[in-house]
Design a protein around this ligand. Structure first.
Ligand code: PSU
Ligand code: MN
Length: 302
């Protein structure tokens, strides 16, 4: 097997215990140092606190790791020039012996390969604004259309074209449910301004949908559980609108494209909100990770 699983993850999967996959791009490219390493450790702790085992995923020296030791997390957080790997990059990185942080698409692929069913992140990638010009649609969407995994997220990043992304998910046949809400969350914001058609209220209900997917659906599609950041912890919507518009203009002006777009926009928001966007991002991720652990437990108990 090409995967390197940590002892803890292998044992947990072998014993049928709850495991939650965590991505590493958010650590390497989505959050500023040195906070990123603290957050990586804190998220793993949050999963454990809810009685599940964390499996942070990354590629180190050409080997896809599922479950990282502390020194390996440190490499992901601090190594200069560590790549950002989407799922298409995995074979290239493995053959080249390269190291990289995995995006939602690469993490979901490796998690599914390892037999992990539940995955937590901040916000999914999606259709970028100006898609008609750039054709920039995150590979996250295509991968989730053919991978049997449950992703807990705070919706898609608000830097994206949210309605276009929701439409793509519909076209691709990916199930979307709001967690405790009938509004699609807006990543930094509790509400993106768009509705969702299904609402789930408990981890047991999510697990029931997962079982129904296995029973009904021959195509390996994902389930997106969209949990809003609590209103008290969201970014001020007015500040969000203002700084986002500014960030999009800066991105345009500086000619950023491809893989650089998402990290550029996230970083711009952090710097121009005095870190408030970072706190909202972290509040979202923390809540998602805890919920994912509870869903993984409901899944393994069922
Ligand atoms: N969620 C966050 N921060 C991030 C990301 C998600 O809170 O940095 C990352 C994920 O790894 C996601 C990626 O897959 O951003 C999307 O990048 P792109 O638009 O280039 O596909
Ligand atoms: Mn992109």
């Amino acid at each position: 097997m090409v995967l390197v699983m940590s002892e803890e993850v292998r044992e947990a999967l072998g014993a049928g215990r709850a495991v939650v996959a965590l991505e590493s791009t958010i650590i390497a490219h989505g959050l500023p140092r040195p906070r990123n390493l603290q957050v990586a450790l804190e998220l793993e702790e949050a999963v454990r606190h809810e009685g599940a085992v964390p499996a942070t995923i990354a590629v180190l020296d050409g080997r896809p790791h599922v479950g990282l030791a502390k020194d390996q997390l440190e490499r992901v957080a601090n190594e200069d020039g560590i790549r950002k790997l989407g799922h298409r990059d995995l074979p290239l990185a493995v053959a080249a012996g390269a190291s990289g942080a995995t995006t939602v698409s690469a993490t979901a692929q490796l998690a599914a390969l390892a037999g992990i069913r539940v995955f937590a992140t901040g916000g999914l990638g999606g259709v970028h604004r100006q898609w008609t010009v750039t054709q920039d649609e995150s590979a996250d969407l295509g991968l989730l259309a053919r991978t049997r995994i449950t992703v807990v997220c705070a919706g898609v990043k608000s830097i994206l074209d949210v309605p276009a992304t929701l439409q793509r998910l519909e076209t691709l046949g990916v199930a979307v449910a709001g967690y405790g809400t009938d509004r699609f969350p807006g990543f930094y914001l509790s509400d993106s301004g768009y509705p969702v058609e299904w609402t789930l209220e408990t981890p047991a209900q999510v697990a029931a949908v997962m079982r129904a997917q296995d029973a009904l659906d021959a195509a390996d599609t994902a389930l997106i559980v969209a949990r809003p950041v609590p209103e008290a912890e969201q970014l001020d919507p007015e500040l969000h609108a203002r700084v986002l518009a500014d960030a999009l203009r800066a991105c345009d002006r500086e000619g950023i494209s491809g893989q650089g777009v998402t990290p550029f926009l996230l970083d711009h928001l952090v710097r121009h909100t005095d870190g408030a966007s970072l706190e909202a991002n972290l509040a979202a991720v923390r809540g998602n990770v805890r919920l994912a652990a509870r869903i993984a437990s409901a899944w393994t108990e069922g």
